[in-house]
Design a protein around this ligand. Structure first.
Ligand code: FES
Length: 76
């Protein structure tokens, strides 16, 4: 799904940069330009970032690597 029409940036690209630390709309704009032209996509970018954050906080969606280093999992 295209999130930013002006820069032809899709949701996967937003998720890609979010996973590498671009956790604000401004950071996404600096990373790939999305949201830096007309601005009509800013709410959608924010929604994608919120989804990424929710998934990151949900233990059911943690990657195997993060579970391997989870102190709770190690002590259990
Ligand atoms: S649609 Fe994203 S800046 Fe215009």
């Amino acid at each position: 799904m295209i999130v930013c029409q002006c820069l032809s940036t899709n949701e996967a690209t937003i998720r890609h940069f979010a996973a590498r630390g671009a956790d604000t709309v401004g950071a996404i704009g600096r990373a790939c330009g999305a949201g830096t032209d007309c601005g009509s996509c800013l709410m959608t970018i924010r929604a994608v970032l919120d989804q990424c954050r929710d998934i990151e906080l949900d233990p059911a969606h943690r990657s195997a690597r993060s579970i391997a280093f989870d102190p709770v999992a190690v002590s259990a």
